[in-house]
Design a protein around this ligand. Structure first.
Ligand code: ATP
Length: 210
């Protein structure tokens, strides 16, 4: 009978907005990691007909629903930033659903050497810390975050700053890190090289014990 593969190493991948998480996740996937993207799961839950939509409509009313039935993310973001109670209600609806879906997707990676949970708010919502063996933080300066998001998404500087301020500080995030990729002052090719070195170091760790 063939031996069962060792359990995958579970990595929590996090970093501030625009730090380079998705770029890192893609490189890790090219090495054979299964990437569970919690942002993509949240988008699916809130698209037209998405599983979270009835509860969101009930909690926040029609003003956060687009004509096609999906969540008006900009409207919802404004509400959540302006009012902490709204943010908590939103989280109370979405987080358990995201957790369930994340677990389901992670099961598909049972034979992968590494499962990467891409969780922008991993440090903020502490519960993820218990589910992973290691935390990988992608780190860069606030100026770099702003420049990237303005260039990539056309946001205003103030809009990016508001998100950065609502996220945990760079220092607090780094305190939780087992691995750090400094993604500042380097191009994407150099970032990829650093990811490759990190991947090798994980392989050298052997089977996870948790
Ligand atoms: P978000 O939090 O908004 O989802 P993210 O942390 O996943 O962002 P990415 O989408 O990977 O960040 O990167 C943000 C933008 O910056 C992308 O357009 C990406 O191509 C670019 N980028 C990332 N790293 C570098 C780099 N080292 N040099 C140049 N551009 C980069």
């Amino acid at each position: 009978m063939p031996l069962a593969p060792p359990p995958p190493l579970r990595i929590g991948l996090t970093g501030g907005i625009g730090s380079g998480k998705s770029t890192v996740a893609r490189r890790l996937a090219s090495h054979g990691a299964l990437v569970v993207d919690t942002d993509a799961i949240a988008r699916r839950l809130t698209q037209p007909g998405g599983a979270a939509m009835p509860a969101l409509r009930k909690a926040f009313g029609d003003s956060v629903i687009r004509p096609d039935g999906g969540l008006d993310r900009q409207q919802m973001r404004q509400l959540a930033f302006a009012d902490v109670l709204c943010r908590r209600r939103l989280e109370a609806i979405l987080h358990p659903m995201i957790s369930d879906e994340t677990q389901r997707e992670a099961l598909a990676g049972i034979a992968a050497p590494v499962v990467v949970f891409d969780v922008p708010l991993l440090v903020e919502s502490g519960r993820w810390l218990d589910l992973v063996h290691r935390v990988l933080v992608v780190d860069c300066s606030e100026d770099t975050q702003i420049a990237r998001v303005v260039r990539r998404s056309g946001w205003t500087v103030d809009a990016v700053r508001a998100v950065i301020e609502a996220q945990v500080s760079r220092e607090q995030r780094l305190l939780k890190a087992n691995d750090v990729l400094l993604n500042d002052g380097i191009d994407e090719a150099e970032l990829a090289r650093r990811v490759d070195v990190l991947w090798q170091s994980w392989k050298d760790l052997g089977a996870p014990t948790l």
